[in-house]
Design a protein around this ligand. Structure first.
Ligand code: NAP
Length: 294
């Protein structure tokens, strides 16, 4: 039997439609709309593309979007001053600094400088800490997207064994926390694996829900999963292929094999990826509504 596809493209579209409807109401009621600001430092091509798609997605739902573009040689002090300025601008609800930053800038210092009330990326230690103790907070977009997919597809998580592959601060670690919380989705028994884990397949085979965020193309194969497991693939990789473009996009999971054994699976592309921008926009709307003010 082939697994049911968790269609992230479709759910992201629905989430964006919901945001658009709510923003339209805000405009009708108060003639006011959320405002998202992105700062980008340097010329990294992938970062330019990401910021352009965030800007376009924001505009499509009626969220005002501004981008501050700075050259790579911008000093840390200049960047921190800009963040101060935006933190103090009451017209701005969300502020994101596109990563990676040039090496001479301390990323942690920059993230900690963003007002937690405008930290719609959910990277500030105050938001991460609140998430960890189960208080309302901005949850970073990719983990939030995974949770939203599980919720909308009504995947049963309570009492299930969830194995998370990867412990990064932006994906694996927050997902392991969220899945263990007294929430729905959540209430799972969670195991987190990383590069020092011994005999990984023996653990992944125990997973009712397997979340893969290790950054290794098609790493997870059918023999590593339990029959009827729910498989969530966060990975995104461009690998050489005999296609017109000369490459194809794959995830951390070998989709062809694993989809024949799993009960649910997210495809790549079209699974977790499209959810990330949708959840960033949702956080911006929540910020406008002052849901998580300190
Ligand atoms: P990362 O920071 O490189 O973290 C990878 C994690 O996987 C680390 O914890 C690492 O362990 C672990 N790992 C690596 N090789 C392993 C192995 N052979 N066995 C067990 N664990 C292993 O990556 P990330 O930022 O979390 O991203 C993961 C993937 O998701 C990437 O493909 C990335 O492109 C993708 N991603 C997608 C989105 C989206 O919007 N869909 C967003 C973010 C990331 P150690 O901690 O021991 O090094």
């Amino acid at each position: 039997m082939i697994a049911k596809i968790i269609d992230g493209k479709l759910i992201a579209k629905k989430v964006k439609e919901e945001i658009k409807a709510e923003v339209a109401e805000l405009i009708d009621d108060n003639n006011d709309t959320p405002h998202l600001v992105a700062i980008i430092v340097g010329e990294d091509a992938a970062s330019q593309t990401y910021v352009a798609s965030k800007e376009k997605a924001a505009r499509n739902v009626g969220i005002t979007s501004s981008v501050y573009r700075y050259p790579a040689e911008t000093t840390e002090e200049e960047l921190l001053n800009t963040i101060d300025f935006i933190n103090n601008d009451d017209e701005v609800n969300g502020l994101i600094v596109q990563l990676p930053l040039p090496d001479h800038i301390n990323v942690n210092k920059v993230i900690e400088h963003i007002s937690p009330d405008k930290d719609v990326d959910g990277f500030h230690p105050i938001n991460v800490g609140k998430m960890a103790i189960g208080q309302p907070s901005f949850i970073s977009a990719t983990p939030a997207g995974v949770m939203e997919l599980l919720k909308r597809y009504k995947v049963e998580t309570e009492g299930k064994h969830c194995v998370v592959l990867g412990r990064s601060n932006i994906v694996g670690s927050p997902l392991s926390i969220l899945m263990s919380k007294k929430t729905n989705p959540g209430n799972a028994t969670v195991t987190i694996c990383h590069s020092k884990t011994h005999d990984l397949p023996s653990i992944t085979k125990q997973a009712d829900i397997l979340i893969c965020a290790i950054g290794s193309p098609e790493f997870v194969t059918a023999d590593m999963i339990k029959k009827d497991a729910v498989v969530i693939d966060v990975g995104i990789h461009r690998v050489p292929a005999d296609t017109e473009k000369g490459y194809k996009i794959v995830g951390d999971v070998n989709f062809d094999e694993v989809s024949r054994k799993a009960s649910f699976i997210t495809p790549v592309p079209g699974g977790v990826g499209p959810m990330t921008i949708a959840m960033l926009l949702k956080n911006t709307l929540l910020s406008f509504k002052k849901e998580f003010n300190q």
